[in-house]
Write a protein that binds this ligand. Structure first.
Ligand code: NIG
Ligand code: FE
Length: 401
């Protein structure tokens, strides 16, 4: 099936002026792994007229979904911590007592690369079952050069085991490991910066991330990591303003970051800085929900400033043990008051930008990869409206069903 036409589609192209970029009665021409043409069937150029046709019988077709922020590769689980939080302990209390991220670090160090792949596959499969065709996966639970490398290798292997595009992000600046307690700069020198050279030279990192927070790294410390990323020509992202406002988003923007993520405590200065550089705001409603945050991200300010808003699962064992991108859409609408159209854009067009993939994925347009999701829904808003229901009919990755 190297050249074919999808016909009788309602195509939510996510481009142009119409809501959802919707084209009724659409045809989508697929040649090899690319979209060759999209538009109303009655405008189909003669060139495509003889191609084999697949009718989708009026179903909605969207770009393949993109989960642009995950920690899918990790050992262990933190169900015990979940119980502790139910008894009143906070996420920060648990982290300061050596639990939290560090307990996942112990479990991840103990796991082999094969075990990490095996543990992550069911989580990846859950995302794929909901139409995800691109997933970003971070390191950050190894915190030694060897263990960070092991996580990134595991992430790359996931992309070979399944028909999905994996983008890897180097997140050694996630927490200071116990062996470097109170010596964050030594950890940065010995592990984060040295490991970044190593990951870059092996082609294991598509981007560089950090956690800028009182329980993690200061803006000055993150700046050292970003300086190194800039030297190596790698794009950056940042976990910023999740639990407090340290000005992380503005720092990230000053490095032309692809995205700043979480952002509950983002202020107007940070919003303006992001708007100037086109840095994407990645909102993570699963972490907001799990940690029972009271502070909402400044969605109206982001909208007014024209900052692109993306959404992701943040799938991780602590703050967002979530493997449903459709639930992200629902939570973004219900908790953050995003419109269903903004929510869908957040896991397609804007998520592609957050990964630097806007020329490749995220919309249905001629020249982009044929990554599509076909849905049994009557209205596009149904994707955000239902809770715990998966209407995926078919998923197409690089032209292949
Ligand atoms: O995106 N905020 C920092 N990092 C992760 C959580 C990691 C963890 O708790 O294991 C996040 O929420
Ligand atoms: Fe995260």
């Amino acid at each position: 099936m190297s050249a074919r036409l999808i016909v009788d589609a309602r195509a939510a192209t996510m481009t142009g002026a119409a809501p959802y970029g919707l084209v009724e009665g659409a045809a989508i021409a697929i040649e090899g792994d690319r979209i060759a043409w999209v538009g109303p069937f009655n405008h189909l150029p003669r060139y495509f007229a003889g191609w084999p046709r697949q009718s989708v019988e009026g179903r909605l077709v969207t770009p393949g979904l993109i989960d642009c922020h995950t920690h899918l590769v990790h050992g262990g689980n933190r169900a015990r911590e979940f119980e502790m939080r139910l008894q009143g302990a906070s996420y920060e209390d648990i982290a300061r007592a050596g639990g939290g991220i560090l307990s996942t670090v112990t479990a991840t160090r103990e796991a082999s690369e094969d075990e990490l792949v095996a543990l992550a596959l069911p989580r990846l499969d859950a995302l794929i079952a909901e139409g995800v065709t691109t997933v970003e996966i971070k390191s950050g639970y190894g915190l030694t050069i060897a263990d960070e490398t092991k996580m990134l290798e595991a992430a790359r292997r996931l992309g070979e085991e399944r028909a999905v595009r994996v983008r890897t992000t180097y997140l050694a600046a996630h927490a200071v490991p116990p062996e470097y307690a109170s010596r964050p700069h030594a950890y940065l020198d010995d592990v984060v910066l040295a490991g970044l050279d190593d990951a870059e030279s092996r082609g294991l990192a598509d981007a560089v991330d950090g956690f800028c927070e009182g329980i993690a790294f200061s803006p000055d410390q993150i700046a050292r990591v970003f300086d190194k990323a800039a030297l190596l020509g790698l794009p950056v992202k940042l976990h910023a303003e999740q639990l407090s406002n340290l000005g992380g988003a503005a720092l990230a923007a000053s490095y032309n970051a692809l995205s700043a993520d979480h952002l509950e405590y983002l202020d107007e200065t940070g919003v303006d800085a992001m708007a100037r550089t086109g840095t994407v705001a990645v909102l993570l409603p699963g972490a907001f929900y799990t940690l029972r945050e009271a502070q909402l991200p400044p969605v109206d300010l982001l909208r007014k400033a024209g900052v692109p808003i993306a959404l992701a699962t943040d799938c991780n064992p602590g703050s967002s043990p979530m493997t449903s991108i459709l639930l992200v859409l629902n939570m973004a609408a219900t908790l953050f008051r995003l419109t269903p159209e903004e929510a869908l854009a957040g896991v397609t067009r804007e998520a592609a930008k957050a990964l630097g993939l806007e020329r490749e994925a995220g919309t249905i347009e001629a020249g982009k990869r044929a990554d599509l999701a076909i849905w049994d829904v009557e209205e596009p808003a149904e994707l955000a409206y239902r809770i715990g229901f998966n209407p995926l009919h078919q998923r197409i990755f690089g032209g292949n069903a």
